[in-house]
Design a protein around this ligand. Structure first.
Ligand SMILES: [Zn+2]
Length: 298
């Protein structure tokens, strides 16, 4: 992709107009978040200008998953996940399970999730979280689609639950991995994928990840912004609004490449190859333009 018609607008300062040497897949973009409602098309244009060509839009509950599907229908290069986040697990019931199962049959939905366990905040009780997660493991088996997993302070229980299901589920990625070495190796032993965010760009709390990143096999590693959250702390310029967005993913990739002792272009290419295989995306970049706010492919 030597050239594209996409250009940056004035929103990002010059120093934040990155361009990945290889097309990137952002596997975690919360584009249905309210903060994107007023300028989503500009956000998508900037992503394309940064050579972030494929976005997996996270669906964290029924309403947001339906919105993610709608975005995937409307914009080429966007795909959706559909799940119930552990924070909302208390709302899990048979009606929700059926609605999720319907969504998982849609071609726009490329993963079951975001689902999992979060014992850090316990907005739903651990019991409610395990019940909703177990049910979504079952839905992943039914659909044959990979899992997009959230885990915070629940690594041991997560590994136990996944172990019981591992032979039946397809692939699974633990998104925004921030845990310790033991947890990492536990996940790798279960043949899981690891998603890394700009957490690694935070010298206060991402320090351990800078060591660990060398130990994640290249074919297990994918990258994500988790936008609008987790704006990288060490960006070379201030960003008004402090909202993270997909166009900033090349900075995170550069940082991971640095700590991994690897070339940025090779890492970009490898994570994108892994993501396309994981989410079973076509290897051809960007679907046929539909005529709606579409940047021409080069
Ligand atoms: Zn998450």
């Amino acid at each position: 992709m030597a050239d594209t018609d996409a250009t940056f607008d004035d929103f990002l300062p010059e120093a934040l107009r990155f361009h990945s040497p290889a097309p990137l897949v952002d596997i975690g973009a919360n584009l249905t978040h309210d903060s994107f409602a007023h300028d989503l098309e500009a956000v998508l244009r900037r992503a394309r200008a940064a050579n972030v060509t494929t976005l997996i839009v996270t669906g964290t509950d029924l309403a947001h998953a339906e919105q993610a599907v709608a975005l995937a229908q409307r914009y080429p290069g966007l795909h959706a996940t559909a799940g119930v986040h552990p924070h909302d697990a208390s709302r899990w019931d048979s009606g929700l399970a059926a609605a999720m199962g319907d969504l998982h049959r849609r071609p726009e939905v490329v993963a079951v999730g975001e689902c999992g366990l979060d014992f850090n905040r316990n907005f739903s009780t651990p019991e409610e979280q395990e019940r909703a997660f177990e049910a979504q493991l079952g839905l992943a088996v039914e659909s044959g689609k990979p899992l997009f997993i959230h885990e915070r302070d629940a690594g041991r229980r997560m590994r136990e639950m996944l172990k019981a299901w591992r032979d039946d589920i397809a692939d699974a990625v633990v998104h925004c991995f921030t845990a310790d070495r033991d947890t990492l190796y536990g996940y790798l032993d279960l043949d899981l994928h690891i998603g890394l965010t700009g957490w690694i760009c935070d010298e206060r709390r991402g320090h351990h990840l800078r060591e660990l990143v060398k130990e994640i096999p290249l074919e297990r590693l994918m990258v994500e912004t988790d936008c609008p959250y987790l704006l990288p702390r060490d960006l070379p310029a201030k960003l008004k609004g402090r909202r993270n967005e997909p166009a900033l993913l090349p900075w995170i990739v550069r940082e991971i490449a640095h700590w991994r002792g690897y070339g940025e272009g090779e890492l970009a290419q490898a994570t994108s190859d892994t993501a396309r295989a994981f989410f079973r995306l076509s290897s051809v970049e960007g679907p046929t333009p539909t005529g709606h706010a579409q940047q021409k492919e080069s």
